[in-house]
Ligand binder design. Structure first.
Ligand code: NAP
Length: 271
């Protein structure tokens, strides 16, 4: 496993995503992922599976302090003290005293950023939240959030078909984690001839080349999701090879500004 040190905290560069992984599949997936060596788990209030993530954590029996556990406050809970009360509810569902990282899931122009960030900062002082971050925030909104409280992370869509140059520069400048969601572009990388060629030289698949490309970048973590045990094994099997500078550049060159997650009413990504 590669770890990135962010503000003095070691973060596993590969984690397990749980979006659209409900119920028992989630419990089994998290238990299995931890059993084979994943130590970074990503969930959200909006995934409605935090209690199943919690059940998987309990059954895996891995010491809590060895796991980097991430959840997200749903925008519906941003107003007033809602970020704090809903985070405490998340902790109850997850069966833990703290999350390593709590993110604001999406920017919400209806609620001043100060409200949820101040509420989370209080929980941070009380020990229930180790680090505070955001998700789906364009660069200028990250700066605004940083003016309210110390930020640890921005989680955004990032894969070979969508570059994130500005956010990467911002992450290096401010020592932030940039977590890549949809890291294998929801399967779109699987048939890519360039990724296939690079993989052939290492005995790896296009998905493995892509995950390695992400994890090898400074301050970048990737959180692929799979409901299949063998794919979870394959996605973790990226730490016995390295991409050369030329191979890294060849994957960067695949950018085609293809955004897979772009809901109506979402942020202006260029801001
Ligand atoms: N912050 C946000 O707004 C946000 C948005 C989206 C996602 N996320 C987070 O990021 C995580 C990952 O994103 P994602 O789930 O949307 O996309 P993804 O991880 O890029 O792709 C997941 C899809 O690829 C398939 N897959 C996974 N590994 C594979 C492999 N080795 N070979 C072939 N197919 C494979 C999965 O199918 P099976 O499951 O059937 O194996 C699933 O359909 C989410 O689970 C969530 O935790 C966050």
């Amino acid at each position: 496993m590669i770890h990135h040190t962010i503000q003095g905290t070691a973060v596993p560069a590969l984690g397990f995503g749980t979006f659209r992984l409900p119920g028992d599949d989630c419990r089994e997936g998290v238990e299995h992922a931890l059993g084979i060596g994943y130590r970074h788990i990503d969930t959200a209030q909006g995934y409605h599976n935090e209690e199943f993530v919690g059940a998987g954590l309990r059954r895996a029996g891995v010491p809590r302090e060895d796991i980097f556990l991430v959840s997200k406050v749903a925008p519906d809970n941003f107003a007033g003290d809602g970020a704090a009360t809903s985070t405490l509810e998340s902790l109850r569902k997850l069966g833990t005293d703290y999350v390593d990282l709590m993110l604001l899931h999406w920017p919400d122009p209806e609620v001043p950023l100060e409200e949820p960030l101040t509420a989370l900062a209080r929980l941070q002082r009380e020990g229930a939240v180790r680090h505070i971050g955001v998700s789906n925030f364009p660069p200028s909104l990250v700066e605004r959030a940083r003016a309210v409280t110390e930020l640890f992370c921005n989680q955004v869509e990032y894969h070979p078909y969508l570059s994130q140059t500005r956010l990467l520069e911002q992450a290096q400048r401010h020592d932030l984690l940039l977590t890549a969601y949809c890291p294998i572009a929801r399967g779109k990388v699987l048939d890519d001839p360039v990724l296939r060629d690079i993989g052939a030289g290492h005995g790896k698949t296009p998905a493995q080349v892509t995950l390695r490309w992400l994890a090898q970048q400074e301050r970048v973590a990737a959180i692929p999701k799979s409901a299949h045990a063998q794919r979870r094994v394959d996605n973790l099997d990226i730490f016995d090879f390295e991409l050369s500078d030329e191979e890294m550049a060849a994957v960067f060159a695949l950018d085609r500004e293809q955004r897979l997650v772009d809901p109506a009413g979402g942020p202006d990504w260029e801001r």
